[in-house]
Design a protein around this ligand. Structure first.
Ligand code: ZN
Length: 406
């Protein structure tokens, strides 16, 4: 009950602290090369009593290579072979009909969205994505973070709030702000959350519920970027590809890997014998998701920024691990969100402008879940709906929110 109170208060106050990027700039030149998820430190694979397999790296547990399990998720998967807890009332909630929640999220129907992500509920999605950048992030990685944020903001309803240097605790209302902390994970870092590579949790998590075991002491969550060294080819000025940063951010938004969709066999075939990964390592990267996911549509989005390439982890590039049932090939996309990545985001998020009051002000461009833009009238009506009938925001209270020069 305390948790629920905290969540509601947290979310409503998140709205207060919300933000909007004033910048809709196009990203300049994004890296054109195809960059697979960076080489990562290889850990030890452990089969749990539930039968699930996880990868242990240091004190951390991962699935699917780059998805960090929170301690509570690890306990669930250990005992139930289930990635996360979903309350029954959440499962029963007809999301299509949900009214605006305290977070300001508004669910709309979209039969075309095909991405697979977390089961959406108040505890797992964001109103705005509050973030900070750790001092150990390189200049080149900061440029890539900035580019990724601007790319996501310019193509979806997701909005970020740069809280670097700002408090992580609201002393007036007594709660911790949920936020993402971009940092450079290293195996030599003495902190508990120290795994190398590019990784993130999936969705927002309620770290404040159990701060001691989250290794933080506040409601933040880590998002690690492997920068500079060991990154392989990349184009300056980025030291980590923009698309890799976007991939990890979209995990934090709520997306899983597209090729782990339960219905993937309708579209693709995965060939274990062609994969250089074996046993648990293979399972961790290619096993299908079997529970507690949320998915639309009926086929794999090959262009998703969350989709592995055909030859990723192949023994021989002439014999792809993933093939198309219909024949042909597809390129791995790490340069921009796909239309369906965007649909997922536009379905679950609304583009709020950061304000210090409680008015829910929408950005000028509001995407529908089919990625078309709302008309001015539609936007005004929605804004009124979100604000007890008042379509006109008070002429005050916008917060400064800058994603450049991180
Ligand atoms: Zn990933």
């Amino acid at each position: 009950m305390i948790r629920k109170t905290l969540n509601l208060k947290t979310l409503s106050l998140l709205m207060i602290a919300l933000l909007l990027s004033c910048s809709k700039d196009k990203i300049a030149d994004q890296p054109k090369h195809i960059q697979e998820i960076a080489k990562r430190a290889k850990g030890e694979f452990i089969t749990l009593e539930s039968g699930a397999t996880v990868e242990k790296r240091g004190e951390n547990y991962f699935i699917e290579g780059d998805i960090l399990l929170t301690p509570s998720q690890f306990e669930l998967i250990k005992t139930n072979n289930s990635f996360e807890a979903v309350a029954k009332e959440d499962l029963d909630q007809p999301y299509q009909n949900a009214s605006p929640a305290s977070s300001g999220r508004l669910f709309r129907t979209n039969p075309n969205t095909k991405s697979v992500g977390v089961h959406p509920n108040e505890n797992r999605m964001w109103a705005m994505v509050r973030y900070t950048v750790n001092s150990n992030v390189s200049a080149g990685a900061r440029l890539a973070i900035s580019a990724a944020i601007q790319h996501i903001e310019s193509t979806t309803n997701i909005r970020f709030y740069n809280a670097t240097g700002q408090p992580t605790y609201d002393s007036q209302w007594g709660f911790y702000y949920p936020y993402i902390e971009f940092f450079h994970g290293t195996s030599t870092n003495p902190s508990a959350w120290n795994a190398e590579g590019n990784w993130s949790t999936v969705g927002r998590w309620d770290a404040v519920k159990n701060p001691a075991t989250q290794g933080r002491g506040d409601a933040g969550q880590w998002l690690s970027l492997q920068q500079d060294e060991s990154m392989g080819p990349f184009l300056p000025p980025f030291s980590v590809p923009m698309g890799v940063v976007a991939h990890e951010i979209m995990h934090a938004i709520g997306l899983y890997h597209e090729h782990t969709r339960p219905d993937r066999d309708n579209t693709i075939t995965v060939h274990p014998d062609r994969c250089r990964l074996t046993g648990d390592d293979y399972k961790a990267n290619f096993d299908k998701r079997t529970g507690n996911y949320f998915m639309f549509g009926s086929s794999v989005d090959l262009n998703s920024i969350m989709m592995y390439g055909m030859t990723d982890f192949a023994k021989d590039a002439n014999f792809p691990v993933i093939t198309l049932n219909a024949g042909g090939t597809y390129p791995v996309n790490r340069t921009a969100l796909s239309d369906l990545d965007r649909s997922y985001a536009n379905y679950f998020y609304l583009p709020y402008i950061a304000r210090s009051d409680v008015y829910r002000e929408l950005a000028p461009t509001v995407y529908k879940s089919d990625n078309t833009v709302m008309t001015a009238q539609e936007r005004s009506s929605l804004q009124a709906y979100l604000n007890n009938g008042n379509p006109n925001p008070p002429n005050c209270c916008r917060l400064t929110n800058n994603h450049t020069n991180l």
